[in-house]
Design a protein around this ligand. Structure first.
Ligand code: FMN
Length: 397
């Protein structure tokens, strides 16, 4: 059974849902830990008014009994508190024409889903039909599913952390982060950066951007530690772990580039400095460096899995760019609706969820198991097989 994730729901609809199938039976889930991940996604200086309305909490509607997975698909729902203000506009069966008219948008925002959604799905009359789904509110569902994957990964000895590496053009760390770099991140700080002492300057920068009607992008780093070697495959291109990671991370709204390890930096280094020496270590092999970011030939190599995601600035601008009103065909300013100035800190949490899903899927593909105890036994047997020639840090639970 493959681990599979489908999400549904509109930004101002009744709720966001995730269907996560392929989770082994027997996994005890911690509801508070899922809610904690949802709260982390909502955190961060520079977010719009929506985050004050929503206090996301997961509601598990299927696949769980007494807090333990049944092996059947999990249905995770995150109700939208804002729904009561939007039901007349977004009701699945009956929309109030006057309320919908007041919320109708027809001048597409450059950089958002509006124009392509109008063309592709025929949503020319009201761009809301496109962007309600394209909105990153959808990532609440991905984060809830990722939180379940994290709980599975924790049992297998894997932990994941993230942090902001750059914001609005100010770099706080050059190159790829290590897990230790990300341990400096304080989740309660305004921006979840790797340099908490520099955050007050960045807060000022965000205030200035807000004042000017501007938005800011940035870079997040995400690292998974304890990933068993051998996840992914070089035998089939679509099973390459680096490819799967890049796809899942790039699929986060507004992420426009992904780097695995020092992928960007090694392009300009000579081969002798780009690769990671293999050295004898204590109880296993160790590496002299981790430029590959834990991936060799599309397979995890037991080192930290390191990913950077580059996020563009939010495309909804209070000083909008030129556009065309699709209702009249005339030049117009792009639509504006309440929006974030920056969402880079939240992006880190979402990319963590993307990593958690891909790693859990690859781990289950390798070790299988209809019950979690089967998965853990297979993992331990694999560790025994690798023995002293395995990676030094690979300690099976
Ligand atoms: C956490 C997060 C919050 C976002 N908030 C907004 C927002 O408030 N306004 C906006 O226009 N775009 C926002 N975006 C980005 C849009 O969802 C995204 O640009 C849009 O769906 C088009 O997709 P693309 O940028 O990947 O091409 C956000 C993205 C993330 C990851």
């Amino acid at each position: 059974m493959t681990l599979d994730l489908v999400t549904a729901g509109e930004s101002h609809g009744r709720e966001l849902v995730a269907v996560l199938s392929g989770v082994p039976a027997g996994l005890r889930l911690d509801r508070a830990a899922i809610d904690a991940e949802l709260a982390r996604r909502q955190h961060g200086y520079g977010r719009g008014g929506r985050q004050k309305i929503e206090k996301d909490r997961v509601d598990v509607r299927a696949g769980l009994r007494g807090g333990v997975t049944l092996g059947s698909p999990l249905l995770l729902a995150i109700p939208n508190r804002d729904w009561e203000n939007w039901s007349r506009v977004m009701d699945p069966w009956e929309v109030d024409p006057e309320a919908a008219e007041r919320r109708r948008l027809t001048a597409p925002r450059p950089g958002h889903a509006d124009l392509v959604g109008a063309w592709k799905y025929g949503h020319t009359e009201d761009l809301r039909n496109a962007f309600e789904r394209a909105s990153a509110r959808e990532t609440a569902a991905r984060v809830a599913a990722g939180a379940v994957c994290k709980q599975l990964l924790t049992l297998c000895g894997v932990s994941i952390r993230s942090g902001v590496l750059a914001l609005g053009g100010t770099a706080l760390l050059d190159g790829p982060p290590s897990f230790a770099d990300l341990e400096k991140v304080d989740d309660a700080s305004p921006l979840r950066t790797v340099a908490p002492d520099r955050e007050s300057d960045l807060v000022t920068r965000i205030d200035e951007a807000k004042h000017a009607g501007e938005t800011l992008g940035g870079v997040v780093g995400v690292v998974a530690r304890g990933v068993p070697p051998g996840l992914g495959s070089y035998a089939r291109w679509e099973e390459r772990l680096d490819g799967q990671l890049a796809q899942a991370v790039m699929a986060v709204q507004a992420v426009k580039a992904v780097a695995i390890g020092a992928g960007i930096e090694t392009a300009s280094l000579p081969g002798s400095r780009a690769h990671d020496p293999i050295l004898p270590g204590r109880g296993g092999l160790r590496r002299g460096s981790n430029h590959t970011g834990g991936n060799e030939a599309g397979v995890s190599n037991g080192e930290e899995v390191v990913v950077r995601a580059f996020m563009k600035p939010i495309s909804t601008l209070r000083e909008p760019l030129p556009s065309v009103d699709l209702a009249t065909g005339k030049a117009a300013k792009a639509a504006y609706e309440r929006s974030d100035v920056t969402a880079v800190p939240a992006c880190g949490v979402i990319v963590e969820a993307a990593l958690a899903f891909v790693l859990a899927r690859a781990l289950l593909a390798k070790f299988g198991g209809d019950n979690i105890s089967d998965t853990l036994e297979a993992l331990a047997a694999y560790r025994r097989r690798l023995g002293k020639l395995g990676p030094e840090g690979f300690v099976a639970p």
